[in-house]
Design a protein around this ligand. Structure first.
Ligand code: NAG
Ligand code: NAG
Length: 332
């Protein structure tokens, strides 16, 4: 009697485990164990966290660093030099250069010149976002080099824009967006071939949440929320408040490097918090004041998102509505 009940309970447990597994595979096809290397992320961030306003020595060092990292991660690395009273250099990396469509992720690597704060490093203002882009490339590197590299339906572009901040020695907060404007104008990547543009900025401060800013990419935003939920349920996230929410904040947005593309009808997402970081454009915006649980989770969520986008390309690209988006105030 005892033995029979033990056999039954063992069989029941095995069945339950199988059911769980089936359920998991059903809700998450193509699931992949993605692990971020935080040592790489920290080293990368440390290399970027220096005063790097356009024209400074730190700026040249960071540009070289980004170029070399992209190169060693297997990307076609390009320096796009442009002149607008002075020299600016966008750094970009491309995978599957002959593809007809591209997923393009961007950030800006120049820091603002603050006359009152010569050691300002803009940790949330560009640096963390740039480190996240490289970290995605690093985390997915085996997949990108092997499976992904034979694709001609979709390519991946990472762009680190220069000339985002105004170089005027004034306290005035106005964005020049010189690098991204030029990129869109000369069509370094033909705009029609950019399937989705994702711009990251101001990431790394505490208590921030991330909302959708555009109706035509809301379906992808929902995917980010779902990925965060699944990762949370399977115990892969660091304890932190929920970052992504299914909220349509479609009436407001912060001017950023996606604007020159938006005004030309490129479907865009802006991964930017609902409010400016408390220490924005002050010397306090440094590594000491970063909020690591949010950075860790952001790294993992975005790596999963990029993997899913490339791997389930047909399905995810169908979530993007390719109508021209008109800015409320007529554009930048
Ligand atoms: C990365 O840096 C943060 C902040 O300095 C630290 O808390 C974390 O432990 C570091 N991670 C690793 C793997 O060294
Ligand atoms: C960050 O900024 C605060 C305030 O300015 C300062 O006390 C701290 O030493 C800075 N940390 C680093 C690593 O620069």
């Amino acid at each position: 009697m005892f033995r029979i009940s033990r056999v039954i309970s063992t069989v029941a447990i095995i069945l339950l485990i199988l059911l769980d597994l089936l359920y998991f595979l059903h809700i998450w096809p193509n699931s992949k164990k993605i692990i971020c290397d935080e040592i790489y992320f920290n080293d990368t961030l440390a290399s970027i966290l220096k005063p790097r306003w356009s024209g400074s020595r730190g700026h040249a060092e960071v540009a070289n660093f980004l170029f070399e990292q992209l190169n060693s991660l297997g990307f076609l690395a390009i320096r796009e030099e442009l002149f607008d009273q002075r020299k600016y250099t966008n750094i970009l990396g491309i995978l599957n250069v002959d593809a007809t469509r591209f997923l393009m992720l961007t950030c800006h690597y120049d820091s603002k010149f603050l006359p009152t704060a010569p050691h300002y490093v803009g940790a949330t203002d560009g640096a963390v976002s740039c480190a996240i882009l490289l970290n995605i490339a690093k985390t997915l590197n085996a997949y990108l080099r092997e499976e992904f590299s034979n694709r001609d339906d979709i390519g991946l572009v990472l762009v680190f824009f220069d000339g985002h901040e105004s170089t005027l020695a004034v306290e005035e907060d106005y964005n020049s967006l010189i690098g991204s404007r030029r990129f869109a104008q000369v069509e370094t990547i033909p705009l029609l071939n950019i399937e989705v543009l994702i711009t990251l900025n101001l990431i790394g401060a505490p208590n921030h949440i991330f909302l959708s800013h555009f109706m035509n990419t809301y379906g992808l935003h929902e995917r980010l929320v779902d990925i965060e939920t699944k990762l949370g349920k399977s115990g892969q996230l660091t304890k932190c408040h929920t970052l992504f929410h299914k909220i349509k904040d479609h009436e407001s947005d912060i001017e950023d490097d996606h604007y020159p593309f938006l005004s030309n009808g490129v479907p865009s997402m802006h991964i930017v918090p609902h409010a400016y970081p408390e220490y924005w454009h002050t010397q306090m915006d440094n590594v000491t004041n970063l909020y690591w649980p949010a950075i860790r989770n952001m790294n993992l969520i975005l790596a999963h998102f990029v993997y899913e986008y490339l791997q389930n390309h047909e399905e995810l690209s169908s979530l993007v509505h390719k109508y021209s988006f008109v800015l409320p105030n007529g554009g930048p």
